[in-house]
Write a protein that binds this ligand. Structure first.
Ligand code: NAD
Ligand code: 6OD
Length: 494
């Protein structure tokens, strides 16, 4: 099924405020198809006044029927939203492919199913949002009952990136709504469509107007900043680059609003010589190249125990050579383009730096030749390097492209030290048949998520988030409740 290359009026995402599509705006942003570079739509950009009306709509919803709903009613609504995404599955998948250029197969297996699953998992978590209660003695002998309840935080500003647009947006919106908040979402300016489509699904599911609002636009100096600086926003949840997270934290400091930050990574894989080589190659190929390397959990640094080093590099290079760039809607395509011309320039600058620093380019390093209209897209070759010094910018900075560096190690201690030698701390994957070693290493890697003999294997009830400069807070299961609710201590003298 080929996603339509529609005329702009058919695909133009709009703002969604108070249950209604708002298309008008003073300025617009070009939305280009990353696979071809062609313009597919003009997206309206929200002004400060429009952001203000979205925040006001969210506040009205909190003070209206939404605030009075029972937990069960909210859970039922979230399940209807999940059903609605599944009913319009193809529409969501095609929109995601058009906006991101990712292969339809990936959007259909990961992004859209997770979009629906996120609403179901957090609907299931609502009954677990209880507090605690204590009987305490008092001097008059009557005692007191001291307990805590969780109350919604209020209006939540949700700022999302472009790499997994629906997945990451719903990963925030679903728990926010489960906890009884109202949201104003700003999707990435690169990927505006599924956030807007979700507004229609919210209406179909009976979610009251104003609970879910979308404002389209850019970040710094524009819509994103208007939202994060808005005094009517009670908390900000953000996924994106660490440098942007720092700016958002500063904006949130005004008014002492809490933040939840899921930021960048420079993730390492550690491959021990006793691993199942086939599984390690398959897992590492996915972790380095899935979504053209544009996954925050992706592996850009690979450390292989020396006896396996040459064999591993050869097998990884074979797997990378098998990746097939092409029309994202073709079911045989396994590698999409990068998101934008600007991002391709950034990734290619690291390809140049690796070359200058004397890396051995095992495979790739350039731009693939693609036929027809695909020639105008933002493609790069999957690339593997060896031989870079540990202080190379290529090994220290997040690239966010389909590329990785492989280096040998001689001891467990050395592997741990290499993996930890980064300001980031999001995820790692450890490949070994020695279970004791797996536990030992997982406990010492400074990350939020350690996978053993797997990658991106998720039980959505578990905590997700980064250590060090990869973030603040945990999402998932009951853990996100820390951010999406305020704990209120009630003490009743008996
Ligand atoms: P980005 O930080 O450039 O942008 C993310 C969002 O923030 C966009 O919607 C953007 O418009 C907005 N924004 C930018 N500046 C802003 C500002 N000053 N105020 C308010 N909003 C602002 O990130 P990106 O390029 O869209 O995404 C890629 C990055 O996201 C990578 O660093 C990746 O590692 C990270 N990421 C992290 C996770 C995670 O879970 N840790 C998940 C996905 C992506
Ligand atoms: O699986 C998730 O819940 C999650 N937040 C994934 C993030 C991927 C980053 O690109």
């Amino acid at each position: 099924m080929k996603p339509p290359r529609c005329p702009p009026e058919q695909v133009a995402a709009s703002h969604f405020i108070d249950g209604r599509r708002i298309a008008a705006s003073e300025s617009h942003i070009e939305n280009r198809d990353p696979a071809t570079g062609q313009m597919i739509a003009m997206i309206p950009e929200a002004t400060a006044d429009l952001v203000d009306s979205a925040v006001a709509a969210a506040r009205r919803a909190l003070n209206g029927p939404w605030g009075g709903l029972s937990d069960q009613d909210r859970a039922d609504m979230l399940r209807r939203v999940a059903d609605g995404i599944e009913r319009r599955f193809d529409e969501f998948a095609n929109a995601e492919v058009r906006d991101t250029g990712k292969p339809l197969a990936l959007a259909s297996h990961l992004d859209i199913p997770r979009g629906a699953a996120n609403f179901r998992i957090f609907a299931d978590q609502i009954p677990n949002a209880g507090g605690e209660a204590f009987r305490m003695p008092t001097s008059d002998g009557n005692g007191a009952l001291n307990y805590s309840i969780r109350v919604p935080r209020g209006v939540i500003g949700v700022i999302c990136p472009w790499n997994l647009p629906l997945l990451l947006l719903t990963w925030k919106v679903a728990p926010a709504l489960a906890a009884g908040n109202a949201v104003v979402v700003k999707p990435s300016e690169e990927t505006p469509t599924t956030a807007w489509l979700l507004g229609e699904v919210m209406n179909e599911a009976g979610v009251p107007a104003g609970v879910y609002n979308v404002v389209q636009g850019r970040g710094a100096g524009s819509t994103g900043e208007y939202l994060t600086r808005h005094p009517g926003v009670d908390g900000i949840t953000f996924t994106g680059e660490t440098v942007t997270g720092t700016a958002i934290m500063q904006a949130a400091a005004v008014g002492v609003r809490p933040v939840s930050l899921e930021l960048g990574g420079k993730n390492a894989a550690i491959i021990f010589a006793d691993c199942d080589l086939d599984a390690a190659v398959e897992g590492t190929t996915r972790s380095a190249f899935a979504n053209a390397g544009q996954v925050c959990l992706g592996t850009e640094r690979i450390y292989v125990e020396r006896p396996l080093f040459e064999a591993f590099v050869a097998r990884l290079a074979e797997a990378a050579a098998d990746l097939k760039p092409g029309d994202p809607s073709d079911s045989t395509t396994s590698l999409g383009p990068l998101i934008s011309k600007g991002h391709r320039a950034k990734v290619l600058s690291y390809y140049a730096q690796a070359k200058e620093a004397g890396a051995r380019i095992v495979i790739g390093g350039g731009i693939p030749a693609l036929p027809g209209e695909l020639a105008g897209g933002y493609w790069v070759e999957p690339t593997i390097w060896t031989g870079l010094p540990p202080d190379s910018s290529v090994l220290r900075e997040e690239i966010f492209g389909p590329c990785c560096h492989v280096a040998p190690f001689d001891s467990e201690e050395e592997a741990i030290a290499l993996a930890n030698d980064t300001p980031y701390g999001l995820a790692t994957s450890i490949w070994t048949r020695d279970v004791t070693r797996a536990h030992r290493v997982a406990a010492r890697i400074e990350v939020g998520i350690a996978w053993v003999n797997s990658w991106f294997l998720r039980d959505l009830r578990t905590p997700f988030g980064g250590a060090k400069q990869s973030g603040i807070g945990r999402e998932g299961g009951v853990h996100g409740l820390e951010f999406y609710t305020e704990l209120r201590n009630v003490c009743i003298k008996l």
